[in-house]
Design a protein. Structure first.
Length: 63
């Protein structure tokens, strides 16, 4: 099993979150456990190859 980092914040009644690797794909839920499940679903969809033009975050080392 692999760990993925995610970012989230409380916005009134909802928790908004996204995977660090895919910041353009957000989800929401009323509690943190459900948000994590939503994020797992998003990760599976985005890495399945079924969705075209998925934006990624990369890292570049420069001098």
């Amino acid at each position: 099993m692999e760990n993925k980092k995610f970012i989230y914040y409380q916005d009134e009644e909802m928790i908004i979150g996204w995977l660090e690797e895919f910041p353009d794909y957000k989800t929401q839920s009323e509690n943190l456990d459900d948000l994590k499940e939503n994020l797992k679903d998003i990760y599976e969809e985005l890495t399945s190859g079924k969705i075209p033009n998925v934006l990624h975050v990369g890292e570049l080392r420069v001098a």
